[in-house]
Design a protein around this ligand. Structure first.
Ligand code: SAM
Length: 392
């Protein structure tokens, strides 16, 4: 299957199933799909949590209930990149946390031979750039917004005798097009949203010979309405918004149990207060209350409601039945979690759709493009690598 064929198949499937994922869970008091009520109500809270942490089990569970889901494993699984992990001396990994270092090792290992000068986009402290320089790239030019990160990165590279040069720039507002050259390998690891889109546009305009990127946070620095990059995606009937783009990032991260417990209370109380607010004001839509120090959730539901009512300029009537609304919050949380579970069936498919939009864009600029995963999901769920090369 070509990338374009994969995109078209995924696009059709996501369009025909959009009622299951293009929604906001908090908007509903009840499950919005009658055909899924029976299977979802059978699930205990721990069944929900278990399914949510296992994408294959999620596909298997919903395959018999939602038409098309059985095709998702095939359409949204990417092949694994050939990774040749290099060993690095201990001083290279100083200051890089364990999983991040393994992630970087795999990313560098999947780039292949470093024969060209490298441009490192949105480099942070330039850990990646230093590892690429250590792996024999002739030179690395690292671009980063934050001055202190540039200084720290430059300092480490100098101390370690590595050929890395930093430039401080805001890549969205400064003219950075001159940093790109034809004889170059332009690399971007986890540059968010418009940062990596701009990178692809500038690199392909400069006819940079090799482009490698792992995208993340697709919604950041962009308009709410998604603007497709490739011709195929521009013709799609799907209309994506930030809410949908964020769904692509919702892989389960197992939070420590204390954090998970506070989060559970927080969701129940927020939904309970929302039910109370609707009752008092007659409103029917969900309105969020600002985020707050988590310590609030070790106090009482009543105190939380008083704080939230103040934020929303609502007067809570005397003698209100807090227990009733707390129970409503707990019931709505169950509904919310089950709606989210259904949406999560499609999270990787949406990410792959977005990645293929980028890959097809680069193809249209004349590049030969591959799309693979470069590391285990446990190291980072943002593990997709797009590699593009101009034919010689
Ligand atoms: C998620 S970090 C990735 C860092 C590094 N590439 C890595 O994977 O470890 C994104 C980096 O982009 C930088 N950044 C954000 N906005 C930027 C901008 N407008 N111009 C240049 N860099 C920017 C941030 O300061 C941050 O260091």
């Amino acid at each position: 299957m070509t990338l374009a064929e994969q995109f078209t198949a995924l696009d059709n499937l996501l369009y025909s199933t959009r009622q299951y994922w293009q929604c906001t869970a908090f908007d509903y008091d009840e499950l919005p799909w009658s055909s899924l009520s029976a299977p979802l109500e059978q699930l205990s809270d721990s069944d929900v949590a278990e399914l949510d942490s296992d994408q294959d089990a999620l596909y298997a569970f919903f395959s018999s209930h939602i038409e098309g889901v059985e095709q998702l494993p095939y359409l949204s699984t990417l092949s694994v990149a050939q990774v040749a992990r290099t060993d690095y001396p201990f001083w290279i990994s100083n200051g890089i946390k364990g999983r991040k270092f393994e992630q970087l090792q795999d990313f560098v290992g999947s780039l292949g031979e470093q024969a060209q000068p490298v441009l490192e986009w949105c480099a942070g402290k330039g850990h990646l750039g230093r590892m690429i320089a250590f792996n024999h790239a002739p030179s690395v030019h690292s671009i980063e917004l934050q001055t202190h990160l540039c200084e720290q990165g430059q300092h480490s590279a100098q101390q370690q005798g590595l050929a890395v040069k930093f430039s401080q720039a805001d890549v969205l507002t400064d003219d950075v097009s001159d940093y790109f050259e034809p004889q170059q390998h332009a690399v971007a690891l986890h540059a968010c949203g418009a940062l990596h889109q701009h990178f692809m546009q500038l690199a392909s305009k400069a006819k940079t010979q090799q482009i490698s990127l792992s995208p993340c946070c697709y919604h950041l620095f962009t308009d709410d309405k998604y603007e497709a990059m490739s011709e195929q995606a521009k013709r799609s009937q799907l209309s994506l918004r930030h809410r949908d783009l964020k769904l692509a990032l919702q892989e389960t991260v197992t939070a420590p149990s204390r954090v998970a417990k506070v989060r559970k209370t927080e969701v129940e109380w927020r939904l309970g207060f929302d039910a109370m607010r609707k009752d008092i004001t007659g409103s029917t839509t969900y309105i969020s209350v600002p985020s707050v120090n988590k310590a609030v959730f070790s106090d009482s539901f009543e105190a939380f409601c008083a704080w939230a009512a103040d934020k929303k300029a609502i007067k809570i009537p005397q003698g209100i039945d807090y227990q009733y609304f707390l129970l409503k919050g707990q019931m709505r949380k169950k509904v919310t979690e089950r709606i989210e579970l259904v949406r999560h069936v499609f999270r990787r498919a949406i990410e792959v759709w977005l990645v293929l939009d980028r890959a097809l864009y680069l193809q249209q600029q004349g590049y030969q493009v591959t799309v693979n995963t470069f590391c285990e999901k446990q190291l980072t769920p943002r593990n997709i690598l797009i590699k593009a090369r101009l034919p010689k």
